[in-house]
Design a protein around this ligand. Structure first.
Ligand SMILES: O=C(O)CCC(=O)C(=O)O
Ligand SMILES: [Fe+2]
Length: 281
């Protein structure tokens, strides 16, 4: 297994391992440690089948089935399909999923621990995924801000924004899907149970308001956090290659897709599995 940094800020690339083969407990522990320590892991040169992706992902915990069920794999509901291909008039996946700042399933009581994306088809240009290290963003806050934020809770909402402001996707939820996503409340500063380290848990695409504060005060704090966290020193824009399997820790990072900006005729298809996490503390 060869491990190299993905950027000078965070993330590692791993080559020389086949995720499709059975991992013994020591190998799994090592990968889990790398995932927790580096937050973003790219396994190079994989060719994972849907079944193998599910088996690998399950090692990290129970898998979620996405509520936008029209995009789930017909035979493997644990696989959510991201794709801008349309075959015989039928979308092969969600075309602009996650094209806004978020942490996966932050709108649920138990947001995602890990997301695993398997790159089946990657265009020569575009479609990068943008990541932010939310632990580094927390550490860079002044002591005054850290104190101000401690103990605050925020409301998270799926589709908090309208499609027009660039912080949502074009797909609308049907009534049943809306009923499955009531507002939830999470601490604004959360502690990763695997490391004991704190990070900011606020994302422009989903964090709606701070509990118990006047609207203006809540907006002022959230707007500050939305701007603070996306600064270049905390960011890494990941460029995909076919065969990449990328895994990230949603507890200490946020991300945004850029698929909305793909030029016509550029195709991108990935399979996603999502590992359930703890309730944030
Ligand atoms: O397609 C991407 O770049 C990321 C999509 C996304 O947000 C996700 O899979 O969670
Ligand atoms: Fe996402």
């Amino acid at each position: 297994m060869q491990i190299s940094p993905l950027s000078e800020r965070f993330g590692v690339a791993i080559d020389g391992i086949d995720l499709g083969s059975a991992l013994d407990p020591e190998a799994f522990d090592r990968l889990h440690r790398l995932f927790v320590d580096h937050k973003l892991v790219c396994f190079k040169n994989q060719s994972l089948s849907a079944e193998a992706q599910i088996a690998f992902s399950r090692r990290f915990g129970p898998l979620e089935v996405h509520i936008l069920s029209q995009y789930n794999h017909p035979e493997h509901p644990e696989i959510f399909r991201l794709s801008n291909r349309v075959v015989d008039g039928k979308p092969m996946g969600i075309s602009d999923g996650g094209s806004y700042w978020h942490s996966d399933l932050a709108f649920q009581e138990q947001p995602a621990k890990a997301t695993i994306l398997n790159a089946l088809e990657i265009p020569p240009e575009g479609g990068d995924t943008l990541f932010v290290n939310m632990e580094a963003a927390y550490e860079a806050l002044s002591d005054e801000w850290k104190q101000r934020l401690q103990g605050l809770q925020a409301v998270h909402r799926y589709r908090r924004k309208q499609t027009t402001d660039g912080q949502s996707t074009q797909v609308e939820l049907n009534d049943a899907q809306k009923n499955q996503t009531p507002d939830v409340v999470h601490p604004l500063i959360r502690t990763n149970p695997d490391t004991g380290r704190q990070s900011i848990f606020a994302h422009k695409g989903m964090t709606a308001e701070i509990v118990g504060l006047p609207r203006e005060e809540s907006d002022r704090i959230l707007d500050f956090l939305f701007e603070h966290t996306v600064q270049p020193q905390f960011r890494y824009d990941f460029r995909w290659s076919p065969g990449d399997v990328v895994m990230w820790d949603n507890r200490s990072t946020m991300h945004s897709a850029t698929t909305r900006d793909l030029p016509p005729g550029q195709y991108r298809s990935l399979y996603r599995t999502t590992v359930r996490g703890e309730r944030p503390i």
